[in-house]
Design a protein around this ligand. Structure first.
Ligand code: NAI
Ligand code: AKG
Length: 539
């Protein structure tokens, strides 16, 4: 289906590659501040998607479309990938991060639907509903083959106790089942509060009558249920997977069903999807749905609304609510941390213009109140400022850390609550083969950002516009000579700060000037007596 052709103008092209709820994308349709061009083309092959992606700014998918490295490389304008759902295993996150593309998902919108589907699958499995239905539809009235088991009093093992796992447990308790739950983040206290028993995967395998998995597919969870685990289970155990294909080893599950160890399995997800040729589907004990966990009107509307709102938020504010490949900042914290983003970036940008040598190490220290926050986004902004000189707009807060580490820069973050008289202080230090430089900045209440220290010199400089950073020997006349030379070049000084380590020692001048200086102007000033170094810095 095609609704609008791609345009090459400066509109924001939003390309929807999987079927999404039309009500859910209503926020995109009614947005008037942004010039959004919504294009819907579903069911494309990889080649077709690659051929259409070049001018796309936002790619919106569910789980069908594979957003591979090749797709990302072909997408020259892509800024954001939206996943209308939870799992992002269909998106090459490494490639997206390397290219500075933000990935957002909609983690909450389909929780209920997936939990309800899991319960429906478990009940159907216990009572052979799909098999009995099938027989009856084929004219067979068979009441003997489909004797089921009750859920009441049985033990359900829930592996992965996040959003969906918890909701499944609530509902299964309604069926009067006993719940054993495993999640690396589940504490005894929380388990008790939720009315479940905390257990290990092995304990679940040994004790459970039904086992359902609700983890993401990760290296750690791949083949989580395998031959060894099946061997530990009760005879006649029933298995449910409405999370991701691959969490359960499909070959081992097949063997365990054929051997009679496992009485049946209910599967919504498969290693290869569409799973039209999966040998598990040949077994009468296996009931299955084609990845329908999130397929309800409510979930589809909800996840599409969530990603649509994040797209709009991103283009209006530069921030998103549900980032996958950058640290998420709770809403209530964002307002407090956001002003520091720019400060951190400016400190990084300052240092990038102070040295010409390759940076080997960056030490960022956070002092005062700011040290109470998750400072990773601030560090990313500092690194972005540092790299911008050489990477231009290709660097952003998504890929700044990756790009820094890729070129071998060691990054250290330090936190301390004492800020030497400031409420907050961010200090960035860089080390190169031969040099060490540092700059510190703060946010002054009501007055905005200030650079308060350059190397060991105390200053008070607004980090905006054009600066001249002059190092000189502390001798009479140096300041006057610099001012005169700049005046000769028609360069107006707006403010000037001076500092020195000791009388007659090394001193610095930090000048804010009204115009950009040329290399020639810099040389002109640098030739002056007692001037050791002159650097132009634009912030
Ligand atoms: N079938 C479908 O249509 C749908 C499938 N899903 C899938 O369901 C799964 C769960 O989704 P949510 O509950 O929303 O995610 P979630 O992130 O809220 O929960 C996942 C939980 O798995 C836990 N976990 C991670 N590694 C683990 C390990 N080695 N062992 C045990 N637990 C581990 C995490 O700590 C987390 O608590 C995901 O794979 C998601 O993609 C989600 C929605 C619909
Ligand atoms: O988009 C869908 O229907 C799949 C949902 C899903 O698997 C997820 O959200 O992880």
């Amino acid at each position: 289906m095609v609704t609008k052709p791609l345009t090459k103008t400066n509109v924001i092209n939003v390309f929807i590659a999987d079927p999404l709820s039309e009500d859910g994308i209503f926020p995109l349709r009614q947005e008037t501040d942004l010039n959004l061009n919504v294009i819907i083309e579903t069911g494309l092959t990889q080649e077709q998607l690659i051929s259409k992606i070049e001018d796309v700014d936002v790619l919106l998918v569910r789980s069908q479309t594979k957003v591979t490295r090749e797709v990302i490389q072909a997408a020259k304008n892509l800024k954001l990938i939206g996943r209308a759902g939870v799992g992002v295993d269909n998106i090459d996150l490494t490639a997206a991060t390397e290219h500075g593309i933000i990935v957002v998902n909609a983690p909450d919108g389909n929780t209920n639907s997936a939990a309800e589907h899991t319960i429906a699958m478990m009940t159907s499995l216990a009572r052979h509903i799909p098999q009995a239905y099938n027989a009856l539809k084929n004219g067979i009235w068979d009441r003997k083959s489909y004797v089921g088991v009750e859920l009441k009093g049985k033990t359900l093992g829930v592996i992965g106790f996040g959003r969906i796992g918890v909701e499944v447990a609530y509902r299964a308790k309604g069926q009067r089942m006993e719940i054993l739950a495993y999640d690396p983040f589940l504490t005894e206290e929380r388990a008790e509060k939720l009315g479940v028993k905390k257990a290990t995967v092995e304990e679940i395998c040994v004790a459970a009558d039904f086992i359902t998995v609700h983890t993401p597919l990760l290296p750690d969870t791949k083949n989580l249920l395998n031959k060894e685990k099946f061997a530990m289970m009760k005879d006649g155990v029933r298995i449910i997977n409405c999370a991701r294909g691959g969490i359960i080893n499909e070959d081992d599950l097949y063997d365990a069903i054929v051997s009679g160890k496992v009485a049946g399995a209910a599967l919504d997800v498969f290693i290869e999807e569409p799973a039209t040729d999966n040998k598990l589907l040949t077994l009468p004990q296996v009931i299955a749905t084609p990845h329908l966990g999130a397929s309800t009107v409510e979930a589809q509307e909800s996840v599409a609304v969530d990603v649509s709102n994040d797209i709009i938020k991103f283009f209006k504010t530069g921030t998103v609510t549900n980032p996958v490949n950058m640290p998420s900042i709770p809403k209530e914290l964002l307002a407090q941390v956001e002003p520091f983003f720019e400060l951190a970036e400016k400190l990084g940008a300052f240092l990038s213009q102070v040295t010409t040598e390759a940076i080997k190490e960056v030490n960022i220290s956070y002092a005062g109140e700011v040290a109470n926050y998750d400072v990773r986004p601030l560090t990313s902004n500092g690194l972005k400022g540092l790299l911008k000189k050489n990477h231009g707009d290709h660097v952003n807060d998504v890929n700044a850390r990756y790009l820094s580490e890729r070129v071998g820069i060691k990054i250290n973050e330090h936190k301390t609550t004492t800020a030497k008289g400031f409420t907050n202080l961010i200090t960035v230090e860089i080390k190169t083969k031969n040099e060490v430089h540092s700059v510190a900045g703060t946010l002054l209440n009501g007055l905005g950002a200030r650079i308060v220290k350059v190397e060991n010199y105390v200053v008070d400089v607004v980090p905006n516009g054009h600066l001249l950073y002059v190092k000189n020997t502390d001798k009479p006349g140096a300041i006057g000579r610099v001012a005169t030379k700049l005046a000769e070049k028609d360069i107006n000084i707006a403010t000037m700060q001076v500092g020195r380590d000791q009388i007659g020692g090394t001193a610095i001048m930090m000048l804010t000037i009204d115009n950009e200086v040329t290399e020639e102007d810099l040389l002109y000033v640098a030739q002056l007596e007692n001037i050791d170094e002159v650097k132009a810095i634009t912030l």
